[in-house]
Design a protein. Structure first.
Length: 406
């Protein structure tokens, strides 16, 4: 019975002590504050004042660093405050609690304008601090020495100094290649194709956005694939995220008759590639392995009548077409009658207007249009709307074998 009681007492004491161990029960200084508290962070504008800080044990978790500086923050105006508080003392050994002097450094050169007794405990892997509120403002405790990397850079330290480096995964650092579906290794160069030529590509980082696949092809590819004459494939696998930026070779032909250097970066959900401008013609990097979708049918080519079905799905198109046809016929008749009656010599030139509707009007066409407008002015007053409809409808008068047709 006595033994049991003893055990309970021991357990109770252990429970109490573990509950009061600051290594286990501490508050965390919230992250945005913790970044601001870095010694590398200049004070302007002073935003931090620890006059409202609740007294108690704190642990700092921040990529900026977690240690209170043990040297004077000379001149203050650091750590997001005017009076920057540092620790005049050394850190204790593991498991030990130590009382140290916290000093508020000021711009007048005084390293200890105000001083406070605080406690610090070494919890082996981290430190905890018993902090008290301070006054007057602006005074704040400093922690850490690092800063966020500049925009477009990254580091192993969660994007903080030291060792910030260029980040090929940052959207400001790569260009996106869109609509390059013919780079697919599944695509064969056709007679009427213009070969993709990466002798025109600007050297730099690229991300590919294509329905045929966004990754570089890493199997040997034969001539005429990838929408070019001499396609380039990558010898090797796509690196893991942890491998960061990797150098790879791209090859032409299965024997790697030509070789070029590229870099690959795995950004997790996508990859970016450092592609160099090629010094050979009719050669290009291959991206994606999927078939190029058919532009007219969107699915398989072997489905005749798909076009017909498409329009059948939208019967109102036929109604519109019919109305337009009737209107055109009426207008045409009116115009024809007017022409026959009023024009003799200039009729021919007028009828040749705006034949090529896919291109903006050439200089000659513009002249012709002006002529028509002039002609219409010469006629009795014609409403503005008619004048505009006049041109396209009039083009129907041109015989199919006209020289204006390509
Ligand atoms: C730091 O503490 C030591 C010893 O406690 C003291 O001699 C020294 O003046 C203090 N430094 C400052 C800047 O107050
Ligand atoms: C705690 O003290 C030990 C030495 O006793 C030291 O090796 C360790 O780095 C200290 N922990 C921290 C977080 O400073
Ligand atoms: C392209 O893909 C289709 C369907 O997956 C396949 O039948 C065809 O052989 C491929 N062509 C090439 C050149 O890889
Ligand atoms: C191509 O890359 C994939 C994924 O990175 C890899 O699993 C595969 O082994 C590579 N193939 C070749 C031929 O290197
Ligand atoms: C691909 O790379 C490996 C290793 O670098 C090399 O041994 C191999 O010969 C290369 N393949 C070709 C086709 O050049």
């Amino acid at each position: 019975m006595e033994k049991i009681l003893k055990l309970f007492v021991i357990l109770f004491i252990r429970f109490l002590t573990t509950k009061c161990d600051p290594c286990l029960t501490y508050k965390v200084l919230d992250t945005p504050d913790a970044i601001t508290r870095s010694v590398a962070n200049a004070a302007y504008p002073s935003t931090l004042c620890d006059n409202t800080l609740e007294a108690g044990w704190y642990r700092v978790t921040s990529y900026a660093g977690e240690r209170m500086p043990t040297e004077c923050v000379i001149g203050g105006n650091r750590c997001g405050t005017s009076y920057s508080i540092w620790m005049n003392g050394t850190y204790p050994d593991a498991g030990v609690v130590k009382t140290v002097e916290a000093c508020a450094a000021h711009s007048d050169g005084d390293c200890c304008k105000y001083s406070y007794d605080i406690e610090v405990k070494n919890c082996t892997d981290y430190l905890v601090y018993n902090l008290i509120p301070v006054s007057p403002c602006y005074q704040a405790y400093c922690f850490g020495t690092e800063l966020k990397c500049p925009e477009g850079e990254t580091s192993d330290n969660g994007g903080f100094t030291p060792e910030c480096e260029f980040d090929p995964c940052h959207s400001s650092n790569y260009e996106i290649l869109v609509g390059e579906i013919k780079r697919s290794s599944n695509y064969t160069l056709q007679d009427n194709d213009v070969a993709i030529e990466d002798s025109r590509l600007t050297t730099g980082w690229y991300k590919i956005d294509s329905v045929t696949g966004n990754d570089i092809v890493n199997d040997s590819v034969s001539m005429m694939q990838c929408g070019t004459l001499y396609p380039l494939w990558m010898n090797g696998s796509i690196p893991d995220v942890s491998e960061k930026t990797i150098d790879r070779k791209v090859c032409y032909s299965s024997n790697c008759d030509w070789e070029f250097d590229i870099k690959v970066r795995n950004c997790g959900n996508y990859r970016t590639y450092y592609l160099t401008q090629l010094n050979v013609d009719k050669s290009a990097y291959c991206f994606g392995t999927l078939p190029v979708p058919d532009p007219t049918t969107t699915t398989a080519r072997s489905r005749p009548g798909k076009d017909y079905n498409d329009t059948e799905d939208k019967p109102y198109i036929w109604v519109i077409v019919a109305i337009l046809a009737v209107l055109s016929a009426i207008l045409l008749t009116i115009l024809l009658v007017k022409f026959v009656l009023q024009r003799t010599s200039q009729k021919r030139s007028v009828s040749c207007v705006s034949v090529q509707k896919t291109y903006p009007p050439s200089y000659e066409e513009t002249l012709q249009n002006d002529k028509i407008k002039q002609l219409q002015k010469n006629q009795t007053e014609r409403p503005y709307v008619l004048e505009h409809q006049f041109i396209p409808i009039d083009s129907m008068l041109v015989p199919p074998n006209s020289t204006y047709y390509a």
